[in-house]
Design a binder for this molecule. Structure first.
Ligand code: BDR
Ligand code: CA
Length: 313
């Protein structure tokens, strides 16, 4: 089967970095048409820089990287340096990127790519707030029906929230954008915290990355070393959750995940529960299903895949 064409929309972030590395290590299954940076974990200049650092780490300075929206559609930006560090990619010492940032806006790249490629052949993979995607859909509604699928990391049902008691970070930062994406009518696959909090880098899994003995293996081990301290302190968990790599792993091995095709709505009105993904997991409403909302992951299979693929870089 031909590799699936994707655009990765991202706010790196150590876990975003691992998601990108996994995609770039898997050319038989995934063709990365471009990477679009959005403001999220850290401000846009840093996410656009970090995306290029990761491409160069993977030996892929040919991947076009575009900078997108610097702030959410209707709100001030909320960032997460408390999780990801000052640069967003704290942990390993990585050189400044030398590859250029493209001079086109990320939103224009998304629109033009969806118009240029045959309809139904491009998958969008957002790993951060959904601002760039929502802006692209606003600017060019004709592209909506051309999207093959959106596979995103965001939201939570059983885990409820991480940035507030009831909201996951990516959805909380730009809830208006999320609401527009979840109601756009595009096939949607969602990796919520319910799944990603099971994808934990234990000491043994971290060792496996380090023992690859490559620059990529070392960098991933050091990124997850840094990133884990936050979740260990907060949840007492055994290591860093690899949220965003669940998206790219699903493109390669969907059998590692299970979920339900259900209705998911985004709360945009309540100050108390802003950005909540109201997932009708138990199908107690008659609201139509709009998303495949994942609930479980074969974590051992996921880490075996990840380690095997990172070894190829
Ligand atoms: C999500 O928020 C970010 O901190 C991570 O990169 C991930 O995309 C998890 O809530
Ligand atoms: Ca992210």
């Amino acid at each position: 089967m031909a590799a699936r064409k994707i655009i990765i929309d991202t706010d790196p972030g150590q876990d975003d970095a691992v998601a990108i590395l996994l995609a770039l290590a898997s050319p038989d299954e995934i063709e990365v048409l471009g990477i679009t940076a959005v403001a999220g974990n850290v401000p846009l200049p840093l996410t656009a820089r970090n995306a290029r650092i990761v491409c160069e780490l993977a030996g892929r300075p040919d991947i076009p990287v575009f900078a997108g929206c610097a702030a959410p559609l209707a709100r001030p930006l909320v960032t997460a340096e408390h999780v990801h560090g000052k640069t967003g990619l704290d942990g390993p010492e990585l050189p400044d990127p030398t590859m250029p940032l493209q001079d086109r806006h990320a939103v224009d790249f998304i629109v033009q790519t969806l118009r240029a490629e045959p309809a139904g052949t491009v998958t969008l993979c957002p790993l951060g707030p959904l601002t760039n995607l929502a802006q692209a859909f606003r600017n060019a509604p004709d592209i909506i029906e051309r999207v093959q699928e959106i596979v995103l990391m965001g939201g939570a049902y059983f885990e409820v929230g991480n940035i507030t008691p009831t909201a996951e970070f990516n959805i909380y930062v730009d809830p208006e954008a999320a609401a527009e994406i979840f109601s756009a009518g595009v096939p949607l696959t969602v990796m919520p915290l319910d799944v990603t909090h099971k994808a934990l880098v234990t000491a043994a899994r971290n060792r496996a990355f380090r023992e690859l003995g490559t620059p990529v293996g070392r960098a991933v081990a050091e990124m997850t070393d840094f990133f884990e301290r936050f979740d260990k302190e907060k949840y007492g968990s055994s290591g860093a959750p690899l949220h965003d790599p669940c998206v790219t792993a699903w493109l390669i091995r969907p059998d590692l995940f299970s979920g339900r095709h259900i209705n998911v709505e985004i709360e945009t009105g309540s100050a108390l529960t802003l950005g909540m993904t109201v997932a009708d997991w138990w199908r107690v409403t008659d609201r139509p299903a709009n998303a495949t909302f994942m609930g479980d992951i074969d974590a051992d299979g996921f880490f075996a895949l990840l380690t095997e693929r990172l070894a190829r870089l």
